[in-house]
Design a protein around this ligand. Structure first.
Ligand code: C5P
Length: 224
């Protein structure tokens, strides 16, 4: 189960990131590097982090097809295991990205559908998520980022192998913060989400290792 848990390293410096990596060690499967850390520290840190964990480089590319394809290839050169683009970029952009990703068989290219922080009504989000998931699937991407609430419908249409990566994970009395379409680790596993992305509930916990273990324990419970 821990291999399905991705920790969002939304911290300001390489020092913080490496400290967290050493602390969390084998308690989590993946490390996710997003905008804040990548803009601050760049590819050198990616190489250091990838010595011990698979890396999801969460930069959500959204630009013209040629520019996105070039950025996907640059991500592939860093040896990351997962990279994403915004499905809102449209089918031509998605196809160009998918073509660029074929040069890197160990890197999974996925698309963000609708951000889990988007305040649009749940039903409206669901329709748009499905539409964008199908677009990504048809363009040859390996999966999408969505909320737990959309996983079942996406798998029914795009197939069980189409990867679903789900942020917006909260449990107990944790604050939702800016997230809107949230779910617990238990529910995420029951809905067959492939990967759970957890940031602040682990980073801001008094004991991050304990918080990660708690999430994994809930995931295990749901799988029984
Ligand atoms: O702190 P929290 O658990 O809300 O962090 C969620 C992480 O997932 C953040 O790093 C955020 O950038 C990322 N993410 C997201 N929604 C998406 C895609 C990525 O929240 N649709």
């Amino acid at each position: 189960m821990k291999n399905r848990l991705m920790v969002a390293l939304d911290v300001p410096t390489a020092k913080d990131a490496l400290m967290l990596r050493d602390q969390l060690g084998t308690h989590v499967g993946w490390l996710k590097v997003g905008l804040r850390l990548f803009v601050a520290e760049g590819p050198r840190l990616i190489r250091q982090l990838s010595e011990q964990h698979p890396i999801f480089l969460d930069l959500k590319f959204h630009d013209i097809p040629n520019t996105v394809a070039q950025a996907v290839a640059s991500a592939g050169d860093h040896g990351v295991n997962m990279i994403n683009v915004h499905a809102a970029g449209g089918p031509e952009m998605l196809k160009a990205a998918a073509k660029a990703a074929t040069a890197f068989p160990s890197m999974q290219l996925i698309a963000v559908t609708v951000l889990t922080s988007d305040p649009m009504p749940k039903e409206e989000a669901q329709g748009l998520v499905l539409e964008r998931a199908m677009m990504a699937h048809d363009a040859g991407l390996k999966g999408i980022v969505c909320s737990v609430h959309e996983v079942e419908a996406i798998k029914a249409i795009c197939g069980q192998d189409f990867i679903t990566v789900t942020p917006g994970i909260r449990w107990g009395d944790q604050e939702l913060q800016d997230q809107k379409r949230v779910a617990t680790p238990e529910y995420a596993i029951k809905q067959k989400a492939d990967y759970l992305v957890v940031g602040r509930p682990i980073l801001a916990a008094a004991n991050p290792v304990h918080a990660a273990d708690e999430a994994v324990a809930m995931m295990h419970k749901a799988s029984r």
